[in-house]
Design a protein. Structure first.
Length: 279
């Protein structure tokens, strides 16, 4: 597995048109990242039956929205529709695919096998981003099929890097576990902030103050973890004085029935559900 940060280069010289199918929250976040990396708006086509106001406004910058005529050479086709509509939405996209087009799917639960049946003979990358992509701090895991060439992989890497870090894997079966850890993971962190706030209120703090303390602590700790060269275990140990208040709390959280076994069960449940949804 290879890790990479966001690229310094731009998308100004993308070799063709980029088609975004579905411009909802995640698709819109990706589009914002691409335009920030100098992707020419004139090279963007959006296909969405109900584009939002912010998407419609991009027409004034040259983005084509639901064009009626020919689109031209499509370098990348990014599928960001809801997985429930995929059986109807994906097969018609074959008319947009050329010999050098790479298709990128960010649909949860839709495997490479599903995509290859819907778009036979096509270079396809299945990717799983997460919601911090909205602020350029997401992480995406991508898996290519056998049709993806080096040039297509480089283009996809650049597109995904616009919303955060990128990891590549070779086994599509691992995407369910990826979804359970990083795809669903932001919800676990937000739940931690909720639980800390409620615990603070139970200890006597005004609820609003407890919520602010929990929010700032989770956000600040995440940023420290992001910037530090130390691993999470070392950062935790650095906060913990022997016999102190933190040690007392960690004795509860790290007990045999504490956070780690609970998180292991939670991730296992999410992984299992992902496999069920994929069929």
């Amino acid at each position: 597995m290879a890790k990479s940060a966001r690229p310094a280069n731009s998308l100004a010289k993308i070799p063709g048109t980029l088609v975004l199918v579905g411009a909802g929250k995640m698709g819109g976040a990706m589009l914002d990242g691409w335009l920030a990396l100098k992707l020419p708006p004139s090279k963007v086509v959006i296909i969405d039956p109900q584009p939002g106001r912010s998407i419609k406004a991009l027409a004034g910058r040259g983005v084509r929205i639901n064009p009626k005529g020919k689109i031209g050479n499509v370098a990348a086709l990014v599928v960001a529709v809801k997985p429930q509509v995929a059986p109807d939405a994906v097969p018609p996209l074959a008319t947009l695919v050329g010999p050098k087009t790479v298709v990128v799917s960010i649909m949860a639960g839709r495997t490479l096998k599903f995509l290859e049946r819907a778009l036979p003979g096509v270079a396809i990358v299945r990717a799983m981003p997460n919601t911090p992509a909205a602020i350029g701090r997401g992480i995406t895991v991508a898996v290519p099929n056998a049709k993806v060439r080096t040039s297509g992989r480089k283009l996809v890497h650049a597109l995904l890097s616009a919303i955060g870090a990128v990891e590549w894997i070779d086994d599509d079966d691992l995407i369910d576990a990826v979804t359970a850890v990083s795809g669903s993971g932001p919800a676990y962190v937000f739940l931690l902030a909720e639980a800390m706030a409620r615990a603070g209120a139970a200890a006597g703090l005004p609820p609003a103050l407890a919520a602010r303390l929990a929010r700032a602590t989770v956000a600040g700790s995440g940023e420290l973890l992001h910037r530090s060269t130390l691993d999470a275990a070392t950062l935790r140990a650095n906060v913990t004085s022997p016999g102190g208040t933190t040690a007392a709390a960690l004795a509860v959280l790290m007990a045999r029935d504490g956070v780690e076994p609970l998180m292991t069960r939670a991730v296992a449940a999410a992984t299992k559900r992902g496999r069920e949804l994929a069929g």
